[in-house]
Design a protein around this ligand. Sequence first.
Ligand code: SF4
Ligand code: SF4
Ligand code: SF4
Ligand code: SF4
Ligand code: FES
Length: 946
Amino acid sequence: MDTVKLTIDERTVEVKKGTSVLEAAEQAGIYIPHLCFVHGLKPYVGCRLCAVEIEGARGLELSCAEPVRDGMIVRTNTPKVLETRRNLLEVIISEHPWKCLTCWRRERCNPLWHCQRDAKVTDRCVMCPRNRDCELQRVVDFVNMRQDDQPFYAVPKTQPIRWKNPFLQYDPNKCILCTRCVRVCAERRHVGALELSHRGYRATISTAFGEELDCEFCGACAEVCPTGAIMEKSRRYTGVPDVSVPTVCGHCGVGCGLQIDVKNGKIIGVTAPESHAVNGNDLCVRGKFGFGYIQSESRLKTPLVKGQPAVNGTAVPVSWEEAIGQVADRLYDIREHHGPDAIAFVGSSRLTNEEGYLLQKLARGLVGTNNVDQAASMFHRGTLDGLGARLGVGAMTNSLADLEKAGCIVVVGNNTANTHPIAALKIKNAVKNHGAKLIVAHPLRTDLDRFATLSLHYKPGSEVALLKGLAAGLLSARGADLEQTAGYADLRASLQGSDAAAVATQTGVASEALQQASKILSEAAGETSPAKAQAGEEKPLPLRPSKPIVLVYGSGLSYAETPADVAAAVANLAVLLDAAGAQVGVAALAADANLQGSCDMGMLPDYLPGRVAIQDDAARARIAHAWLGAQGQLPSKRGLGFREMLEAARNGKLKAMVVVGDDPVTSIPDTAYVSECLTDLPLLVVIDVTATPTAQLADVVLPGVSFAEKAGTFTSTERRVQKLRPAIDPIGDARPEWWVLGQLGKRLAARLGGAAKVQLEYEGPKAIMDEIGALVPTYAGISYDRLEEGGLQWPCPSATSQGTADVLDQANTRLVAVQHESSTAPAASDYPFLLVTEKTLFSDLREPPINGRNLLQVERTDFAELNPVDAVVLGIQSGDRVRVVSPAGSVVARAVWSDRVEQGQVLVPSGVRSEVNGLLKRNGAFVRASRVTVRIEKAIELPVER
Ligand code: SF4
Ligand code: SF4
Ligand code: SF4
Ligand code: SF4
Ligand code: FES
């Protein structure tokens, strides 16, 4: 029996086995006061306020730690319980600023009024950032403590408030030592940055082991703190929010739900939801604190048009009418004189699905060009094309929830804790809570290595060789099980020379470690097949273990020189594991919030909405009919990709570019080249939220809005379509991009006359999504009414479909030969180090504004990490200024001794330091970091600090 029946305060309650009495009471709507208990954490039994009477027990029992039993009779309000509770509470508040707590005027007092009880300013709830949102207040009110209930006398604490943390403050005087913060940090976040230190009156919360704070700034400690002791700085003295708007994070492809708290029309903070389908009640630093840019001074607030060179080319504010009119007129002229393909449209994964759809509709349906792309697609094409060709779906094949349930997880080439922190948290949970096996393969020691069963540190660029080595290991361990798999012979032939010894030479990973990895995978795939068992070689054993194996790789890895080979090597491993009996998923993590959705919407030069190839005549005709009527036609020639657009701008073939929500000057390596190409364009129009470096080059700049100001949908990396809700009004005169594109389309259509019948103006995003649903089969069952909490995962083919969590199409899978081995740069005597670059937790490549004041207080980006052995040989100390020199350029940094980095490598963070991109060239062309070797010299000058 999975449920238990008990009686609480004469009420019969039925709850799941294992539930605590306190939670059972909660489910029955009965409040038992508590201060140290938090859902999801082990009971601490520190405050003892949750004491209840249980029939048959000798004394009072602590309900937070007492599991329910069938027939149990619980009383939460007997005289003994009430008296105990009051006594305990008197002790707790005796060391707390308590005068307001028990004062009848508290609800009415204004912070600036005189106190009638002689309370010091620092003793007053009305001066506390947590006032009216405080669990201690709630408990005191519930117990009905009055002014006359004089607590025990204790000398009030007078410890200084600790301010140094950029996002949080700690006021020890308000701390009731419940240890919720310590436990959430250790148990739920697996960080362990805090501890309870000292004893008695001096007891306080401090950093673990008294060391410097080693914290990932997730803010979970502040969210569980029942008092104003740990407080988000952004909420100090704001009071409780007027409204909390549920929406979706705009920072990475995980698609976490969050609540934006708004007071007087301003965002005062972000809260994790109580329980969300994707992230439960967790957020990372970017989701929790990465909202500063939304209300920053750097926001664009009005359309700007650059005057003629005769007036110094200065941008001047104009009305929307005038700005859009000018853009439409100039696009019209360019189209008339140079044809539709002289115009290009660049979108971004920051746009909603509806906006991405509208952008490519404007390009294809109205202007008549397939020149549509997004700069970020170069990082995701490998996944889209490679996995699409090999596994039948160009996306993550399973759900992020599988990470938490997995029996075995393999992470290849992705520092998940930095790029997709909540996905990483799920991996950590799987290891810590369920004993999952974790193999982490990365050139660096990453945060996940702390949890790994096995770490494989390979030479940058040798991931395909490594994946082939794992496949070869699996073949030798489970060959007989796999022989019938389609393409087996091709794969086997291509794995000649991928034995453990050869792969060890190519990758730098010890052959024993490779063999161990194959063993872990083979065991996780389950036992040997019945066929083999019937032959009498093995005992009959069950197939398909219930826990899945998940292969994780990031979209950054797909930007290898041979992304199709990376995808094919990952896909081969998935097919082999599947054939060996495992439930397997490929978690190809899309970097940005709506990277998956923007590809689904056809924001690509060769795909229409629904990711159908532009050359598919029937699909093109169907969409043309829907947009333009029976005689309508869409261009069939593949458009220019973003890199080709730059080339075309350089050689004068491209005359105009409309960039929406992206900043390619910063986000694309080779900053100088991108700037030069964009400067060559006769017309550059940028729609964005801030004056990015790309916007500064533009002839017309139109102010767009952030994810917090608009409605629409994002599709996360796990194909989950979720609804955004506007939390605040657009800043200044900024407008949502769907509106801007609609107005631009209307004006341009008016110039083009009768031929331009395509609809681009809509009432709102909901109407656009209805059109998407009608055109894109995988989105057919998706409509706004169905996208409440948690959204739906595509394919969602009908209004009754609940979406699809797992899309690995076994019928379509096949093993393929992968010839490519390694793209590791060859060693050179004058450039002896391999370069490794990585995005840090606090950087967001395409969101420069969030790298503002707060985030950069917790992170320096001007460093170069060196293995201590190399540093000693070079005579470099931590903190020395060094110059990292590649054949293409150099960057000055501060050296840091680090055991994260293997000997012979140097790590320079990318993302916020665009000058790092200057290192990444060979023979004039941009190359991946793994193709670059560098040397390290001592430098005199200071690194550029941000
Ligand atoms: S933490 Fe709560 S009880 Fe303490 S001063 Fe602040 S509002 Fe009052
Ligand atoms: S912010 Fe997160 S990581 Fe840092 S101390 Fe609080 S719970 Fe721990
Ligand atoms: S800081 Fe808050 S959560 Fe941590 S022990 Fe003190 S009162 Fe409890
Ligand atoms: S993991 Fe990604 S989606 Fe989730 S809160 Fe962090 S940045 Fe936002
Ligand atoms: S909530 Fe049970 S002891 Fe604190």
